[in-house]
Design a protein around this ligand. Structure first.
Ligand code: ATP
Length: 606
């Protein structure tokens, strides 16, 4: 049982790789701005530790002077001194606690901002490989763990060291023979306590890991509750969560058994040591080398040394945890964005909107080529519909145009300039993307539209909403434009969310539009509203559409048919149908039903 708790096999997903060295200088560099405050805290710790050490001496005085001399006055004086000491210690400790936690909060802030800023600078490829819950936990729990080690733990460590050294010095001054005796007994006591502490802490980390894994399950499920319910997978998810939480329970129960057995052993050894000190000290007292008060003071010092040693070693284990946390934090900070601006990258102010893909090859990972020699020239203002079977590489072309990824070979150009020679900011300012499923931010409808151009006046926002056929439904919402939409826009219908996304894109007024058409069909009225809004949005802009609807392919100037990462054919709807290739087959499968539906009357009774 013990062995299994001590042997920790790193979970592949936990991100714990304890063998990698930690850069202490870097960790402590977060303390650097607050060194002055740390120094003040240190003075306070010196004071509180010294006052803690005075306490046993006062007890000694009470026993030796007051009780032996039977003096009430002396008792009053000593009590007053004792209370005064405690009061001063309380004041110093309050100041110390405040300063340490003040520094802690500042460090948490600095670390979070640094980490979050860095995350924002990372490229899309980084996020596509990570889970949201894991990244967020780095911003929350890992950062908090780091704060604790840098502040509270450092503070405690200094305090305990001071108490150990001070107690030892005072003990030697009182009676060196007894000190020597204790020097043998105490480490045994402390050692056992520490062993227990190490095991418990290690196990509690295991419990935390298992709980974190369970949290990931809960997170995913709750976020995708719609999928869970639509597939009626509640029982499956219950079992998955139950399994994850049960693993945490198993470890917790194991820990409980160890705690029960080892905890009692530690208590027994502790009391046994007190007995041994009393025995040896009693003999010293009998031989006149030690007073009663000194014997009691001794015992208190010995106990506080044991306590401090235990605390120091348990601090060591929490340090180990912090190392894990710091590695996870710095691992992200050390990840360089895969897409960066060239030093001499040019700023595009207003592009014409010609997009050229010249011999583009691309793969997300080396094993599979996703785009294979794509060459396509899209004129300014042209509407291009991309069609093709699932997995053909249509979305990947969408990823290359705003330079979310770079091609592995060949080049993507804007107005004849390689995207790698343009700043990402100015490039993306030229482009608006209307995705298949619009996720709205958790603010108001207004906030969601103005996101397209943060400095736009209110009139412009409303104008954009009007052109997106969104104004009327927005005015019908409880607070109009100031209505708060759910975290994922849950209160708006699919068609309404799309129109908000269109308004946002209209406000941005880009030269290039990337439109991933929704596959889900809306009712014919909503469909009409969305299509009309899209028509206005496309006006005069270079538009690339991943098309799912017949009506869309019909308005496109050219249709690009993709298959397995290649361009299989290019032409107008009629040309492609006449050629009878892949497009004709796709059309037969995908659009014929739509055609038939369009010919049917809306009202079945009509
Ligand atoms: P669909 O119509 O289903 O959206 P698509 O034509 O848009 O398909 P892409 O999404 O471009 O196809 O995908 C092309 C290929 O690239 C697929 O085989 C897919 O598995 C792979 N792929 C897409 N995104 C990634 C990614 N982030 N990492 C690794 N592979 C990816």
């Amino acid at each position: 049982m013990l062995g299994s708790l001590l042997r920790r096999s790193p979970r592949p997903d936990s991100g714990r790789t304890p063998d990698v060295p930690v850069n202490w200088g870097r960790l402590f560099s977060y303390m650097r701005p607050y060194l002055k405050w740390m120094a003040v805290a240190f003075v306070m710790i010196l004071g509180t530790s010294a006052l803690s050490l005075v306490f046993p001496l006062i007890i000694q005085q009470v026993i030796d002077a007051v009780l032996v001399e039977n003096s009430g006055d002396l008792l009053n004086n000593i009590t007053a001194l004792l209370i005064g000491t405690f009061l001063l210690r309380a004041v110093l400790s309050a100041i110390d606690t405040y300063i340490i936690n003040y520094i802690g909060e500042k460090i948490v802030y600095d670390l979070r901002v640094d980490l979050y800023n860095h995350m924002q600078s990372l490229s899309l490829s980084f996020f596509s490989k990570r889970r949201v819950g894991e990244l967020v936990s780095r911003l929350t729990s890992d950062v908090t763990t780091l704060r604790n080690v840098l502040t509270t733990n450092v503070n405690l460590f200094v305090q305990q060291i001071l108490i150990v050294i001070g107690s030892l010095v005072l003990m030697v001054l009182i009676n060196w023979r007894l000190t020597l005796f204790i020097a043998v007994v105490t480490p045994i006591m402390a050692g056992l306590g520490v062993a227990l502490g190490v095991i418990l802490r290690r196990a509690s980390t295991q419990i935390q890991d298992e709980l974190a894994a369970a949290n990931v399950v809960a997170n995913e499920t709750i976020q995708s509750i719609r999928e869970v319910k639509s597939f009626v997978r509640e029982d499956y998810e219950r079992a998955r969560y139950d399994g994850a939480v049960r693993r945490a329970l198993d470890i917790a129960l194991k820990v409980l058994r160890v705690r029960a057995v080892l905890g009692s052993a530690v208590t027994f050894v502790g009391f046994g040591s007190v007995g041994a000190i009393l025995w040896f000290g009693g003999r010293e007292a009998l031989e006149g080398r030690l007073s009663g008060g000194e014997l009691v003071a001794f015992l208190v010092y010995a106990l506080s040394i044991a306590g401090s040693l235990g605390a120091i070693l348990s601090l060591y284990t929490s340090l180990q945890q912090a190392l894990g946390a710091s590695k996870r934090v710095f691992e992200i900070m050390d990840t360089a964005p895969s897409i960066t601006d060239a030093p001499d990258a040019q700023i595009v102010t207003r592009a014409d909107g010609r997009i050229t893909l010249a011999g583009v090859h691309f793969s997300y990972d080396v094993r599979q080529e996703v785009l294979d020699d794509i060459t396509l020239d899209i004129a300014p203002g042209e509407i291009i519909a991309l069609v093709g079977p699932s997995g053909a590489g249509k979305s990947t072309i969408f990823n290359l145009i705003p330079r979310f990824y770079d091609p592995t070979a060949g080049a993507v150009l804007l107005d004849g300039v390689d995207l790698r020679a343009i700043t990402q900011y100015s490039l993306r300012e030229q482009i608006a993307i209307v995705p298949q499923e619009t996720l709205l931010f958790g603010g108001s409808v207004y906030d969601n539209i103005v996101y397209g151009k943060l400095d736009a006046p209110r009139d412009a926002v409303i104008e954009a909403a009007r052109n997106a056929n969104a104004h009327d439904f927005i005015m019908g919402l409880p607070d109009g434009y100031d209505t708060i939409v759910g975290e994922r826009g849950i209160r708006l219908s699919g068609g309404q969310r799309q129109r908000v996304a269109i308004a946002r894109a209209l406000l941005k007024d880009p030269r290039i539009l990337l439109l991933d058409e929704a596959t889900s069909s809306l009712d014919s009225e909503a469909e009409h509203e969305v299509q009309e809004a899209l028509g206005r949005l496309m006006q005069g802009r270079t538009t690339v559409i991943i098309a799912h609807r017949l009506s869309t392919v019909r308005i496109a100037h050219r249709i690009v048919v993709m298959q397995e990462g290649r361009i299989a054919d290019v032409g107008s709807h009629d040309e492609l149908i006449a050629r009878g290739g892949l497009y004709a087959r796709l059309h037969a499968l995908q659009f014929r039903i739509e055609d038939a539906l369009a010919d049917m009357p809306d009202d079945p009774d009509a």
